[in-house]
Design a protein around this ligand. Structure first.
Ligand SMILES: [Zn+2]
Ligand SMILES: [Zn+2]
Ligand SMILES: [Zn+2]
Length: 433
């Protein structure tokens, strides 16, 4: 392995996938393969005040940066530790005030450029090589993505010009496209977005829809744990995408975002597709044409939802959800992934609106199918249990709350490890409930 040698893991050249990682000894379910500090990372602007910008510690009573009054820290040590990158933003935020709004990618790229610069000055070339090692696919970028990158690059120039020397536009395009291919979204235990980071070592791990490992985060560090028993020589494989969806959708997503198609066992056998696309059982089954048309509609609804979220009010969204559920459930089974998708969105809207009963009603429809359709140790499943447990407890449904909490914990003990702060918080909560 490049960088510090990691016991039990080696880099190899896969005949069809390029570089990859494999294990040189056995690893058991729940075992930590390695943890990896970020090359660069950034806390989401929306999460300021909830987390320390430097160590991503989540706690109340963080101390504010006296100058910009926007960044929060555990203490002076964290503030000092962060200054090399925070100084890129601190005075600009004061100067721009409310108008300060670079995208998260721009903020991350600014930090990468600053990190590169300090490392060049120290003439430590290793990490720079690691970043050069990440796939860029700049040549594959389509027009829409190019527009987005150009907007990000413009934001970078506008909000970060003071402390930066910018590379030429070709290098910048390549850097932004590396970040979009290799960047990791840091999420909390309910899969809410906290920040973005790049991890050179984790970026070496190839994709499979039947992954052998899962990546979670402790502070800004990535941790890679086995979710299957692995034997010496097995490739380390993570999933880059949401595994709920059927094979065609997954591969569409992979091509669109990562420029390849998957050839894992599940993509060959498509063993779960039938269940994922399940049609409602009726005495008189729906015509094949009606099913195709409905699946087309359902897929489109799923795709359109992201855009709708930006445009519609919560109550409008809920109404759209109800309408499409009514449409879909005439033909599709209640456990069809597109029906599940709409229920999931509706649950989120209800939580947002403070309608706990509504959220529970939608959430409960997801539980059984999620457990069946996702792999055994899935963050999508643990986060659903967690959300439901919090809803139950808020509604004074103590035993349902505790049972859901325990289910979430049994998954997270494998995916996050027993000593992870999130797991310890849950254990504490369980004792107090
Ligand atoms: Zn801190
Ligand atoms: Zn500041
Ligand atoms: Zn696959």
């Amino acid at each position: 392995m490049t960088g510090v040698g990691i016991d039990g893991i080696e880099r190899f050249q896969s005949p069809d996938k390029g570089r990859g990682l494999r294990v040189t000894r056995a690893f058991h379910v729940g075992e930590l393969l390695f943890s990896c500090p970020p090359y660069s990372y950034v806390l989401s602007a929306q999460e300021r005040g909830a987390y320390c910008e430097f160590c991503f510690n989540r706690k109340e009573s963080l101390a504010r940066c006296g100058k910009c009054k926007k960044a929060y820290y555990c203490n002076v040590t964290c503030q000092k530790g962060d200054w090399a990158v925070h100084k890129l933003e601190c005075s600009a935020m004061v100067a721009f005030g409310e108008k300060w709004c670079p995208s998260e990618s721009s903020r991350l790229v600014a930090r990468i450029l600053a990190t590169k610069k300090t490392q060049k000055e120290r003439s430590a070339s290793e990490k720079i090589l690691l970043v050069a090692d990440m796939q860029s696919h700049a040549e594959d970028v389509d027009n829409e993505k190019r527009d987005n990158i150009q907007a990000d690059a413009a934001g970078l120039h506008r909000f970060f010009s003071k402390h930066m020397d910018f590379p030429d536009s070709k290098e910048l395009l390549s850097l932004f496209s590396q970040v979009s291919c290799n960047g990791f979204t840091i999420e909390d235990e309910e899969l809410s977005h906290i920040g973005t980071a790049v991890y050179p070592d984790v970026a070496l791990i190839n994709h499979s829809c039947v992954p052998s490992v899962i990546v979670t985060f402790k502070g800004p560090n990535a941790e890679v744990r086995a979710v299957k028993d692995m034997k010496a020589g097995d490739e380390v494989l993570i999933s880059y995408i949401d595994l709920l969806y059927p094979t065609d959708d997954r591969n569409g997503r992979l091509r669109e975002s990562y420029y390849f198609s998957c050839d894992c066992a599940e993509c060959h056998t498509k063993s779960k597709d039938k269940l994922k696309l399940k049609v409602r059982e009726r005495v008189k089954p729906a015509e094949a044409e009606a099913v195709t048309a409905m699946l087309h509609y359902a897929r489109k609804t799923t795709r359109d939802f992201r855009e709708l979220k930006r445009l519609k009010t919560p109550s409008e969204l809920l109404e759209i959800c109800e309408q499409s559920l009514e449409e879909m459930c005439g033909v599709l089974d209640a456990a069809n992934v597109y029906v599940l998708h709409v229920n999931y969105q509706a649950m989120g809207v209800c939580v947002y609106q403070g309608d706990l009963h509504g959220a529970v009603r939608y959430g409960e429809k997801l539980l059984q199918p999620f457990s069946q359709l996702y792999p055994a140790y899935s963050l999508n499943v643990s986060s659903l249990y967690l959300k439901l447990s919090r809803l139950y407890l808020a509604l004074d449904k103590r035993s349902a709350g505790i049972s859901a909490l325990k289910k979430a914990m049994s998954i997270m003990e494998v995916t996050h490890g027993k000593d992870h702060p999130y797991v310890r918080e849950l254990l504490k909560q369980l004792k107090e409930t």
